[in-house]
Ligand binder design. Structure first.
Ligand SMILES: Cc1ncc(COP(=O)(O)O)c(C=O)c1O
Length: 457
C-alpha cells in the first residue's frame, strides 16, 4: 500500500522528453493538459530507466526475457480480456489446452475429472486451492453434524507469505512448523502432531522460496494416507509447486511429488517462473472436479453465453496464457528439458565457484533446483547484507535475508539462476562476489568499530 501524496505539487523535471513540451507536468495529480504520444512515451521510458536491469536480477524467480515472436503475440493479445470467453472463444480454447497440458504434466489421473484454471500467479492459485479445501471440509463437517468453525491448515515456516495471507484474509488458523538449524523444510514427523479433525489441508513445497529445497512430500503423503485409513480424517495435500513445477518434471521425471501421490488433491504453479512466461500467470489444478465445491464456481452470463468462473479477480489480459501456449508449442518437453538442464548446470557451476570461499557455506548447491544459497559460517565472517549492497554497486541484484522461525539467526544470500544467466555471467558474478568480500574484509580491518547493518528479509 502507498500513502497518497495528497498535497504534493512536485513537478517532473524531464530529460529528453522536455524538448517536446513546455508546460509543467505534476507527479502526483492528474495533469490538466496532455502531451503528444511520443513525448509521453519518452518521459515514461526515461523514468523507467531508473529501474534495475532485469537481466542482472538474481533476486526474482520471474521471467524477464522471451523471444521476439512471443513479444509480438503479447502485443497482439494484450487487449483481449481473458474473462470474456464468449467474445474470444479461441483464446478460451487455448486456456483450456494450457491447463490440460499442465495437469497432464503433473500426472492428473485420466480416469477422473481433473479440473483447473489459469490465475494471475501462484498466490491467487493457492488462495483458490485452499478456499476449495476449506469449503469442502465445512460441507463434510456439516454433513456429519459436526461443528464447522475454527478450521486450521498445517504449513511449514518455509512457505511464501501468500500462505500466511490466505490464513489471515480467509480466517483459517495457520499451524506453522518452525525451522531449526540445518533443517529448512518439513517432513511427516513435524506435521503429524499438528493435525486434527479441523485440518482442512497440509501444504507441501516443491522448492521453497527461502532455500529452494523441497519438503519431504512422500513422507507427508504417507502420513495423510495413514491418517485417512486409521482415523477416517480426509486431509488433502496441496503442493505448492510455484517454482518447482516446471523444473522437476523435466529434471527428475521419475520423482513422485505430484498427483502420483494419492493424497495430493491440488497443485499450483507459477507459469511466470520456470514456465518461462512474463509475469501475470499461475495455474491451479485439482485432482478431480469433486475437490472444487461447485458453489464456488460462478456462472456469468452478462458478457454473453454461460461462463463458469473460479477466480479472485475478474478481468485480466489474456496474453500470458497465450504466451504459455506459445512456449509449450515452441519448446515441447524436449525444449524445456534442455533449458532446465542448462539452468541446473549453470547453477552448479556458480555453486562450484563459490564453494571454497572462506566464511561462506552452501545451503543449496543448485544441483536439483536452479538456485544457489549461501550462508555465512559465522555472523562475523561476512555481513551478507553489506555484501548484497556491494554487489548492487556492480549491477547485480542478489538479496540477503534471514531464514524464517526458528532459524532467524541464519542469514543467507540467494541467487536464482534463470535462462538468461550465461556461463560468462557465472564467472563475472563469482569474481564480483569474491572482490566484494575482500572489500568488506578490508573495511572490517580498517574500521573495526563500524556498526554492522542488520539483515533484512
Ligand atoms: C513457493 C512459492 N509459493 C508461492 C509464491 C507466490 O507466487 P506468485 O508470485 O506467482 O504469486 C512464490 C513466489 O516466489 C513461491 O516461491
Amino acid at each position: 500500500m502507498h500513502e497518497l501524496k495528497a498535497d504534493s505539487d512536485e513537478m517532473h523535471a524531464p530529460t529528453y522528453a522536455g524538448r517536446s513540451f513546455s508546460h509543467e507536468v505534476p507527479k502526483h495529480h492528474l495533469p490538466a493538459r496532455g502531451m503528444s504520444a511520443d513525448a509521453a512515451y519518452q518521459l515514461v521510458h526515461d523514468e523507467l530507466n531508473l529501474d534495475g536491469n532485469p537481466s542482472l536480477n538474481l533476486a526474482s524467480f520471474v521471467t524477464s526475457w522471451m523471444e521476439p515472436q512471443a513479444d509480438r503475440l503479447a502485443q497482439e493479445t494484450i487487449a483481449k480480456n481473458l474473462i470474456d470467453q464468449d467474445e474470444y472463444p479461441q483464446t478460451e480454447a487455448v486456456h483450456q489446452r494450457v491447463v490440460s497440458m499442465i495437469g497432464r504434466l503433473f500426472h492428473a489421473p485420466a480416469h477422473g475429472t481433473p479440473t483447473g484454471t489459469a490465475t494471475i500467479g501462484s498466490s491467487e492459485a493457492i488462495m483458490l486451492g485452499m478456499l476449495a479445501h476449506k469449503r469442502s471440509w465445512q460441507r463434510r463437517r456439516e454433513a456429519a453434524d459436526l461443528p464447522s468453525d475454527r478450521p486450521n491448515m498445517v504449513i511449514g515456516a518455509d512457505v511464501h507469505t501468500c500462505w500466511e495471507k490466505f490464513a489471515r484474509y480467509f480466517e483459517v488458523e495457520a499451524r506453522v512448523v518452525p525451522m531449526e538449524a540445518g533443517r529448512y523444510t518439513i517432513a511427516a514427523e513435524q506435521v503429524e502432531p499438528l493435525l486434527d479433525e479441523r485440518t482442512i489441508a497440509v501444504a507441501g513445497l516443491l522448492g521453497t522460496t527461502f532455500t529452494g529445497q523441497m519438503d519431504d512430500l512422500e513422507s507427508i503423503n504417507e502420513l495423510l494416507a495413514r491418517v485417512e485409513s486409521e482415523r477416517e480424517l480426509h486431509i488433502p495435500l496441496h503442493i505448492d509447486a510455484a517454482s518447482g513445477g516446471f523444473i522437476v518434471p523435466f529434471s527428475q521425471p521419475d520423482l513422485r511429488w505430484d498427483f502420483r501421490l494419492s493424497q495430493v488433491r491440488s497443485i499450483n504453479v507459477s507459469n511466470h517462473k520456470f514456465g518461462l512466461v512474463y509475469p501475470g500467470m499461475g495455474t491451479i489444478v485439482f485432482r478431480d472436479s469433486s475437490d472444487l465445491p461447485q458453489e464456488l464456481v460462478f456462472h456469468i452470463n452478462y458478457l454473453g453465453g454461460d461462463m463458469p468462473n473460479y477466480s479472485l479477480n475478474f478481468s485480466r489480459p489474456s496474453n500470458s496464457v497465450v504466451l504459455q501456449y506459445f512456449n509449450f508449442l515452441r519448446l515441447g518437453r524436449e525444449g524445456y528439458t534442455k533449458i532446465v538442464g542448462n539452468l541446473l548446470s549453470n547453477a552448479k557451476a556458480l555453486a562450484a565457484k563459490l564453494r571454497d570461499i572462506d566464511g561462506l557455506d552452501l545451503i543449496n548447491d543448485g544441483s536439483t533446483f536452479p538456485v544457489v544459497v549461501l550462508r555465512a559460517t559465522e555472523p562475523q565472517a561476512a555481513d551478507l547484507d553489506r555484501l548484497s549492497h556491494l554487489l548492487r554497486e556492480r549491477g547485480w541484484i542478489v538479496p540477503a535475508y534471514t531464514l524464517p522461525a526458528n532459524a532467524e539467526n541464519v542469514s543467507v544470500l540467494r541467487m536464482v539462476v534463470k535462462e538468461n544467466f550465461s556461463r560468462d555471467m557465472v564467472d563475472m558474478l563469482s569474481n564480483d562476489l569474491r572482490d566484494a568480500l575482500q572489500v568488506l574484509r578490508k573495511q572490517a580491518t580498517d574500521y573495526p568499530h563500524r556498526p554492522r547493518r542488520r539483515p533484512h528479509c
